[in-house]
Ligand binder design. Structure first.
Ligand SMILES: [Zn+2]
Ligand SMILES: [Zn+2]
Length: 371
């Protein structure tokens, strides 16, 4: 297969989570032209599962790729820009899918001893496809014994693979808070409940969670990135809305942060005589690499010429692959793609040479552990 051509085809058709209809169709068409001898294919919502049966299987090894794009207007100078206005593969999922297809093509013609399961998972960016997929009959019928996934890393050069045992990505949650009070004339504050004042106090009080409630040796982030309220300069605001994100290195701290947010909001409701509602939006569980498997992967990969294996630090980014790893041992790694612009940027341009690197790294790994 022509890796670059496939990646460019996929780059043109980014779609929202659980709306990946064209993407699914493209992937299915590709899979249909492979030798069917050892393959079994199932769809699940807009996702796909492909089992490559082993010659004498004692385990199933899963490779997961996400398939969704992001609501970002592309601003690259590519000739193969997104054809879906306002959507872009700005998180490299076009790369992840292409790598999956190149592995699938290889193993459909080169059967190994164990079963391989290729998982094309929708909605990684939201609302989250991993959890419902894990609960599905389709997945459980072929549930792998171990799993691997990768994510493109703009900050590393091509030829670099970075990972670590234990925690790789944080626990993350979105945060949306709405406050409702009683608006009115700016000159009659005593007849109103001002939601701009209430919202401002809330933003300030939220700052104490990380500084006063989280163990300093653990780590967490509570960021309010957007605040909205009111209609006009001389009207007291009836509503205000805070939008933010929560990150934490441990699952326990995520629970603690949410408990503290809820307690603080109760206080705001009492102090400012208003009503509040909280929505946590998309939530991601930590990506926790199983030490034995990831150390073996690093050792096997170090033997390859021209590949540099780095033990990196954990990151406060989120990934819903974490839900798979809560259930099934496995690991994730960063694949260097050398782009000046970062993930979720409208000008992300990962280097396509990294696709062949990932193919080499993963075929080498799979061949070694399925002997
Ligand atoms: Zn992303
Ligand atoms: Zn991503």
């Amino acid at each position: 297969m022509d890796n670059r051509a496939v990646r460019r085809d996929l780059h043109r058709i980014p779609e929202a989570g659980f709306q990946e209809y064209k993407t699914q169709q493209y992937l299915l068409q590709f899979i249909e032209q492979l030798s069917e001898e050892h393959l079994e294919v199932k769809t699940w919502k807009t996702g796909i599962l492909v089992l490559v049966k082993g010659s004498n299987p004692s385990k199933t090894v899963g490779y997961r790729t996400d398939i969704d794009g992001l609501p970002i207007k592309e601003e690259t100078d590519y000739l193969f820009q997104s054809e879906h206005e306002g959507y872009m593969h700005a998180c490299g999922h076009d790369f992840h899918m292409t790598i999956a297809l190149s592995l699938l093509e290889h193993y459909s013609g080169n059967q190994v001893k164990d079963n391989l399961l290729f998982i094309f998972q929708p909605a990684e960016e939201g609302p989250g496809g991993a959890l419902p997929m894990l609960a599905s009959e389709e997945f459980n019928a072929w549930k792998p014994d171990q799993m691997v996934a990768l994510h493109v890393a703009p900050e590393y050069p091509v030829g670099t693979v970075a990972t670590k045992p234990g925690l790789l990505f944080a626990n993350t949650s979105e945060l949306f808070i709405d406050l409702i009070g009683k608006g009115g004339h700016a000159a009659y504050p005593h007849l109103t409940k001002d939601m701009v004042v209430a919202g401002s106090h809330l933003v300030t009080q939220l700052q104490s969670i990380v500084s006063r409630n989280i163990d300093p040796l653990d780590s967490a982030v509570v960021t309010i990135g957007k605040i909205e309220g009111g209609t006009k300069q001389n009207i007291i605001a009836e509503t205000s809305r805070l939008e933010g994100t929560i990150r934490s290195l441990s699952a326990e701290s995520m629970t603690l942060v949410k408990e503290r947010i809820e307690a603080i909001i109760k206080g705001i409701e009492a102090s400012f005589e208003c009503e509040a509602s909280i929505d946590y939006g998309s939530n991601y569980y930590q990506v926790f690499n199983e030490a034995t498997l990831v150390e073996r992967f690093m050792e096997i990969t170090r033997k390859l010429n021209d590949i540099s294996v780095i033990e990196c630090r954990e990151a406060m980014t989120g990934e819903d692959f974490g839900y798979f790893l809560r259930d099934i041992p496995g690991f994730m790694f960063w694949l260097g793609v050398n782009s000046e612009s970062g993930l979720h940027s409208s000008t992300l341009k990962p280097d396509e040479a990294a696709i062949d690197i990932a193919y080499d790294v993963l075929t080498n790994y799979i061949d070694t552990i399925t002997e």
